[in-house]
Design a protein around this ligand. Structure first.
Ligand SMILES: [Zn+2]
Length: 455
C-alpha cells in the first residue's frame, strides 16, 4: 500500500470494482484493423501471419497498447493468453511480463502451448488440397517439443509468479484441445495442479472445432477433457459455444468455468454461448474481450452490455434474460473468481483496492434513477474519472499515470508502418491454406444443411 494517504472527494463519482477481462491476447494488439470480416478459420490465417517473428520491443509495445486501452476503459485485471509466434520462448514472455509490470495492472499471464501443425488441427480431407500443393512454407512446421515448451513455462512461472506486490500471476494456456496432443494437455494439467494455477484453454469456439473433436476423440471435446481429468475448478473453457447435450452438467459437476466473449463470437460468426443455461446450472462465468483483431476493442464495459442484452434474442422468457446487474457481476467479481484472483472484484474491507470511478456529471447518468442499469446500458467509458489498482492511482483525469501513452502509440505506429512492408511475404504463405479451408467449410456446410451427422 502507498505510504502516504490521499483523500479522494468522490461525492460526485460512482465507484465500482474495476472490470476483470478474462480473455485477451496481448500480441494481437498490433494487428488491430488488419483482419476483415470472415469466420475464425480464415480469419486466423491473417491474424497469425501478422503475429510472426516479433522482436522483444515490439512484444513489449503490443502488450502496453492493450494495457493503456484497458486501464483507460476501467479494467483493472486481465488474463493475457499469450501466443508467441512461431514458438513460445522465455525472452518474449519476459517482455510481456515487463510491460504488465510497468503498466501497474493486475494480470494473469497464461502462455499458450500447442504442439500440432495447423493442418492437423482442422477436419481437412485430402480432396480439400489441390494436387501437389506445397504446404512446407506454412502449416506443416514442426512445433517445439512439448517437454521443452513446458520447461519454458515452468521457468517463466518461477521468475514472475507473485511479482509486483502480487499483481502478476502465471497460468498455463493450452491453445485448444485439438491443437495439443493429449501428452501436452496432461502436462499442462499437471502444471496447473502442482502450482494451483489456472488452466486456460479455448474450447468449442466454432462448429468445425466440434467436428474436429469427434474426428480426434470419437466423442465430444468436453467429454474428452473430463476423461483426461482436466476439468477442475482451475479450468477455464473459453467460448464453449458448440457444447453437446450433457456437457453443461459435466462442466458444472467439475466446477470448471466458462469465459464468454460475445463481441468476438459475433465478429467471427462463431455462435452463441448458452449463458442462461450455464448460469442456471451453477457454472461460474467470466467475461472476455478477446483480441484487438476479433472484437476489436478491449473495453470490457462494452462486453458487459453485450452480455446483458445478447441472450434476449434467444429466449422470449424474460425471466431467463441476463440483465445489466448480472452482467456487471460477471464482469467484476465473477471474472475475478474465474481467473483465480481471490480478494479482487468487490469493494469491501479485506479486498484489494481495484476501483473504477465514473463522473456522475455525464449524459449516461442524467437523470439518475438506477446507477447499475445506467452504467451498463448508457455508459461507454467516457465518464471514467480515475482508476485505482492495488491502492494506487493508474488513471487520473482520463490519463494513464504510469505509462506515457502518446509515446507508446507513436512507437506502435512506427512499428506498424515498418511491418506493413515486411509482412507481405507472411501473407502470401498464409494464403496457401485459404482455398483448402474454403473447400472444407463448404463441405461441412453441405452436411449441416442436409442435417447429416458427421460422426
Ligand atoms: Zn482467444
Amino acid at each position: 500500500m502507498p505510504s502516504e494517504r490521499e483523500f479522494i472527494d468522490a461525492s460526485h463519482l460512482l465507484a465500482i470494482p474495476g472490470f476483470v477481462n478474462c480473455h485477451s491476447h496481448s500480441p494481437d494488439n498490433m494487428t488491430r484493423g488488419m483482419t476483415g470480416d470472415m469466420p475464425l478459420e480464415l480469419w486466423s490465417l491473417t491474424s497469425s501471419a501478422a503475429r510472426e517473428k516479433r522482436d522483444l520491443r515490439e512484444i513489449y509495445v503490443s502488450t502496453m497498447l492493450g494495457a493503456i486501452e484497458m486501464i483507460l476503459s476501467g479494467t483493472t485485471a486481465v488474463l493475457d493468453h499469450v501466443r508467441i509466434s512461431p514458438d513460445v520462448d522465455l525472452d518474449s514472455l519476459d517482455a510481456v511480463a515487463a510491460a504488465w509490470k510497468d503498466s501497474g495492472m493486475r494480470v494473469v499471464i497464461a502462455p499458450i502451448v500447442s504442439d500440432k501443425s495447423v493442418v492437423d488441427t482442422l477436419p481437412f480431407e485430402p480432396g480439400d488440397f489441390s494436387e501437389g500443393q506445397d504446404l512446407s512454407s506454412y502449416g506443416r512446421r514442426q512445433p517445439l517439443p512439448p517437454a521443452e515448451q513446458m520447461r519454458i513455462v515452468e521457468e517463466f512461472y518461477n521468475r514472475w509468479n507473485g511479482q509486483s506486490e502480487g499483481r502478476i500471476s502465471v497460468a498455463i494456456g493450452p491453445s485448444g484441445p485439438q491443437r495439443c496432443s493429449d501428452a501436452l494437455l496432461l502436462a499442462a494439467g499437471e502444471f496447473s495442479e502442482r502450482h494451483n494455477a489456472i488452466l486456460h484453454t479455448h474450447a468449442l469456439e466454432t462448429r468445425l472445432q466440434r467436428e474436429m473433436g469427434f474426428k480426434l476423440y470419437r466423442r465430444g471435446v468436453v467429454a474428452h477433457l473430463n476423461e483426461l481429468g482436466l476439468l477442475t475448478p482451475r479450468t477455464n473453457l473459453v467460448h464453449s459455444i458448440w457444447l453437446e447435450p450433457g456437457d453443461i452438467e459435466i462442466i458444472a459437476a467439475a466446477d470448471a468455468s466458462v469465459v464468454h466473449n460475445p463481441v468476438s463470437n459475433a465478429r467471427l460468426g462463431s455462435g452463441y454461448c448458452p449463458i442462461p443455461d450455464l448460469l442456471e446450472s451453477g457454472v461460474r462465468i467470466g467475461l472476455g474481450t478477446d483480441s484487438a483483431c476479433c472484437n476489436d476493442s478491449a473495453n470490457l464495459l462494452e462486453t458487459v452490455k453485450w452480455t446483458a442484452l445478447l441472450h434476449n434474442l434467444r429466449s422470449d422468457n424474460e425471466e431467463r434474460w441476463i440483465g445489466p446487474g448480472n452482467a456487471l457481476r460477471l464482469g467484476t467479481s465473477g471474472g475475478a473468481n474465474v481467473i483465480g484472483l481471490s480478494g479482487v472484484g468487490r469493494i469491501e474491507p479485506g479486498y484489494s483496492a481495484d476501483i473504477t470511478f465514473f463522473r456522475l456529471q455525464n449524459p449516461a447518468f442524467k437523470p439518475l434513477h438506477d446507477p447499475t442499469r445506467q452504467l451498463v446500458l448508457s455508459e461507454n467509458g467516457r465518464a471514467i474519472d480515475r482508476v485505482m489498482i492495488n491502492g494506487r492511482i493508474a488513471v487520473s483525469d482520463g490519463r494513464c499515470t504510469n505509462i506515457d501513452a502518446s509515446a507508446i502509440w507513436d512507437e506502435a505506429q512506427a512499428i506498424a508502418d515498418r511491418r506493413r512492408i515486411d509482412g507481405a511475404s507472411a501473407h502470401v504463405a498464409a494464403n496457401a491454406l485459404e482455398q483448402p479451408i474454403r473447400k472444407m467449410r463448404s463441405r461441412y456446410g453441405k452436411l449441416w444443411a442436409e442435417g447429416c451427422s458427421c460422426h
